[in-house]
Write a protein that binds this ligand. Structure first.
Ligand SMILES: NC(=O)C1=CN([C@@H]2O[C@H](COP(=O)(O)OP(=O)(O)OC[C@H]3O[C@@H](n4cnc5c(N)ncnc54)[C@H](OP(=O)(O)O)[C@@H]3O)[C@@H](O)[C@H]2O)[C@@H](O)CC1
Ligand SMILES: [K+]
Length: 489
């Protein structure tokens, strides 16, 4: 599991650890890890550290101090290191002394040195930064990107919000970020994540002092493998779970087919389809159980998926209400999100512990549910998913470039999916995801696990299917077994 902690948690842990260490020891640990990472990158790019041209962008806080001490270490290994001091009167004095003592220098003209650099260390701001880059830092950050240098962010790309992943204005765009002690939420959530490049974590000994419950967590292969259902010798199709899929309409029969395609690959023993797309579903998947009446009359299921391509006719409205009246886990997607009755939804968890709900909006649907503009959801994804989960009393999976899953209990870490790919932004891929997650719900996974495991497999399947080329939603569904094998492999 990759975990991220809030700035407040990092600051507390830092205070506790600092009390037990000699002054400056923590910054030296950070700088040593940072210099080692930079030396590795320079060796990869040009064979050796000796003679490399390194430029440090140094702000007014300890983030700049880290850059200066790391620069001193690189200078001692023969790199030509030059510091650009953004606030000369408030530069970290110990760090500057170390750099100058190691043969580094302060740049006269930042743009000259940046144009010739092999590597730029961004030490403008770290966890103390607020708002986007200040105006004087913007041209320097742009110049760092415009040459051929690798840009390495110290702790965080300057200009991003560490706790939320928001980017208010301009931020550094790094090729790599070397972060200290723990990941920060902004390194894992877009739009900030996208500025961070490849992530590297340097252990500075904060671990024992950080809270055991992080703010954010990202599943890795081993975590997903542990969560995936494994049928036993005694499993028959009913014990493995039956997922009911209420999807599709005369106008959108394809949504039914794609949701069933996802559901068939999610581990449930059987898929029961209910809706107007019976013919299309059976033509493609003859193994599906089908029913054309109301969902509650279709036979037993262990979970429901309701909404993809359902339209908003009277049958659809009644079907959503019917499904929400059940006591099994329900996943609500797409049109289902527009048709759901909020009071019924909130009442579900009070009615039965098994009546859990997983909502799976994309940014536009989330915006409608929250009554705010879509851009606000995209800019502040973490806040939006937390707010939705709290307001609706349901688990919420917010789809997008970094899919997030929030539990209605605010004390439970938000999950962020690490396997996404831009190729997933394709029609119908959400229908596949809803079927897949619903199927995992039927096997008994709680909503947060079902949502985050489904997002993980779905992203991985898309990557495996795509290999650099466009994919259709149908390809993603077809590659789900390969993604599953890849995880348990
Ligand atoms: N915690 C730990 O465990 C460890 C922490 N370590 C390191 O310390 C870093 C945190 O250092 P920090 O607290 O000094 O804050 P930092 O990020 O340097 O920025 C604050 C300065 O920036 C300024 N400023 C603010 N916003 C700005 C903007 N938009 N654009 C431009 N400037 C802006 C602000 O100025 P002011 O608002 O006062 O004018 C203030 O002076 C952390 O990220 C890590 O690298 C490691 O050494 C070891 C272990
Ligand atoms: K930085």
């Amino acid at each position: 599991m990759r975990t991220a902690h809030s700035v407040a948690a990092v600051r507390n842990a830092e205070r506790e650890l600092m009390d037990r260490l000699p002054e400056g020891a923590l910054m030296q640990r950070a700088a040593a890890g940072l210099a080692a990472a930079c030396a590795g990158l320079l060796r990869e790019a040009r064979g050796r550290v000796y003679g490399a041209r390194v430029v440090l962008l140094v702000g007014s806080g300890d983030n700049g101090g880290d850059a200066l001490y790391a620069g001193a270490r690189l200078a001692r290994r023969g790199a030509g290191v030059c510091a650009v001091l953004l606030v000369p009167g408030r530069t970290h004095q110990g760090g500057l002394g170390a750099l100058l003592g190691a043969g580094g220098r302060v740049a006269d003209d930042p743009f000259d040195v940046l144009a010739a650099a092999d590597l730029v260390l961004d030490g403008i701001t770290g966890i103390g930064g607020r708002g986007g880059l200040r105006p004087d830092a913007v041209p320097v950050a742009r110049a760092a990107r415009s040459g051929s240098a690798m840009v390495v962010a110290v702790d965080l790309p300057s200009g991003v919000e560490a706790d939320s992943g928001e980017v208010a204005g301009e931020a550094v765009r790094a090729d790599a970020t070397v972060t200290f002690g723990t990941y920060k939420p902004g390194l894992l959530v877009d739009p900030a994540r996208e500025r961070a490049g490849a992530l590297r974590l340097v252990d500075i000994g904060l671990g024992p002092y950080l809270p055991s419950v992080p703010a954010l967590e990202a599943l890795q292969h081993a975590d997903v493998a542990r969560l995936l259902p494994v049928p036993t010798g005694e499993s028959d199709k009913y014990r493995r779970g039956v997922v009911g899929v209420v999807a599709g309409s005369a106008r959108y029969p394809g949504a039914a087919v794609l949701a069933v395609a996802g559901a068939l690959r999610g581990g449930a023993g059987a898929v029961r389809y209910v809706g107007p797309g019976v013919e299309a579903v059976l033509a493609r998947f003859p193994e599906t159980l089908v029913h054309e009446g109301s969902p509650s009359a279709a036979g037993r299921v262990q979970s429901w998926v309701v909404g993809p391509g359902l339209g908003d006719g009277s049958w659809a409205t009644a079907a959503v209400a019917d499904v929400l009246a059940s006591d099994v886990p329900v996943l609500v997607d797409a049109d289902g999100l527009r048709l759901l009755d909020v009071e019924t939804l909130r009442g579900r968890s009070a009615r039965a512990a098994t009546a859990t709900t997983l909502l799976t909006p994309h940014a536009g649907e989330a915006a409608a549910l929250l009554g705010i503009p879509r851009e606000d959801v995209e800019a502040g994804r973490l806040d939006a998913v937390r707010e939705l989960a709290a307001r609706y009393g349901a688990t919420v999976l917010l789809k997008g470039s970094t899919t997030l899953v929030a539990d209605p209990d605010a004390g439970v870490p938000v999950r962020v999916n690490p396997t996404g790919t831009p190729w997933l932004a394709t029609a119908g891929s959400g229908d596949v995801l809803s079927g897949l997650a619903g199927s995992l719900l039927a096997t008994g996974l709680p909503p947060r696990d079902a949502g985050s495991v489904a997002a993980y497999l779905h992203g991985l399947a898309a990557r495996l299917a795509a290999r650099g080329a466009p994919v259709a939603a149908d390809d993603v569904a077809a590659w789900l077994p390969e993604a599953w094998r890849n995880v348990v492999g």
